[in-house]
Design a protein around this ligand. Structure first.
Ligand code: ADP
Length: 268
């Protein structure tokens, strides 16, 4: 079982990714796909006149999207509506019977809504309410396995449902980690628009090829911005029993073949 996370950043070679997934499935592998949609949500939000806003958490310094109700609906429209459908379409063109869903469907991903977030703004700590984001607490692995056993390939959009049944925006890297843990995947491949984790971004000659679990803290120090979430997701996936997590280039001719052959950054 392999979980493939497809980044929302521009440049990922979708036809090539889908072709590689199709080849894996023909070899008898089971694959679950999780995707993001951040870059496109920014674009469409701007086009709709609702400028995206990002906030930095007071604790840990992680940056995340401020998701008011309008942003949540735009996020759902872009990720669940457009990106998920196009991914399913491209997989179908490659002979994969892909089945699109988000974490809201069948309560596939249940998350705790962050009622109030402490953020730093202009050097001051402030509480943010009315934010529709959450941290995933459980994944309905039975539902994903049911689809896999029936010959479908699940394609999961990064929305979860809260305990109060509100749809929430969740981080796609961490969602992929939770899914990989829940379905007991051996590997998690995180495809993005860089060759992997660099010690000194953007200098590609500083690409790190492997990171041991004990060195994750140090690796987190090299990551900036949203790359931090990938390192955090990798750490969570390891804790859930996933053997290895690879950050790999999704822009190339054979993104998954390359990732499986050791290109990119592998955390194990
Ligand atoms: P995706 O949409 O594919 O999930 P993100 O934009 O969330 O991708 O994260 C990937 C980005 O992280 C890269 O495009 C790069 O700009 C940034 N980044 C920050 N620090 C690093 C680093 N140390 N090594 C590689 N990429 C980094």
């Amino acid at each position: 079982m392999i979980v493939v996370k497809i980044g929302g950043a521009q440049g990922v070679n979708l036809p090539a990714v889908c072709k590689d997934i199709s080849a894996l499935i023909k070899e008898g592998q089971k694959v679950v796909v999780v995707h993001g949609g951040s870059a496109e949500t920014n674009e469409i939000s701007t086009q709709l006149g609702h400028e995206p806003r990002f906030v930095t958490a007071a604790q840990g310094g992680f940056t995340s999207r401020y998701t008011d109700r309008t942003t949540l609906e735009i996020f759902a429209m872009v990720t669940s509506g457009k990106i998920n459908t196009i991914l399913v379409e491209t997989l179908q063109k490659n002979g994969v019977n892909a089945f699109g869903l988000s974490g809201v469907d069948g309560r596939t991903m249940v998350a705790r809504r962050k009622e109030a977030i402490r953020i730093i703004e202009n050097g001051k700590i402030r509480m943010l309410r009315d934010d529709y984001t959450g941290k995933i607490e459980s994944v309905n692995a039975d539902l994903l396995k049911m689809l896999l056993d029936a010959g479908y390939t699940p394609v999961v959009a990064p929305l979860a449902i809260s305990h109060e049944s509100d749809a929430l925006n969740v981080d796609a890297d961490r969602a992929a980690a939770m899914v990989a843990g829940a379905v007991q995947a051996e590997k998690l491949i995180i495809l993005t628009n860089v060759p992997g984790l660099m010690r000194s971004f953007p200098d590609e000659s500083t690409l790190i090829s492997s990171v041991a679990k004990k060195d994750l803290e140090q690796a987190l120090g090299y990551a900036e911005g949203r790359m931090k979430k990938k390192v955090l997701g990798a750490s969570e996936a390891l804790d859930l029993g996933v053997n290895s997590i690879t950050f790999a280039d999704g822009r190339v001719e054979h993104p998954i073949v390359d990732a499986l052959s050791g290109k990119g950054t592998t955390i194990s």
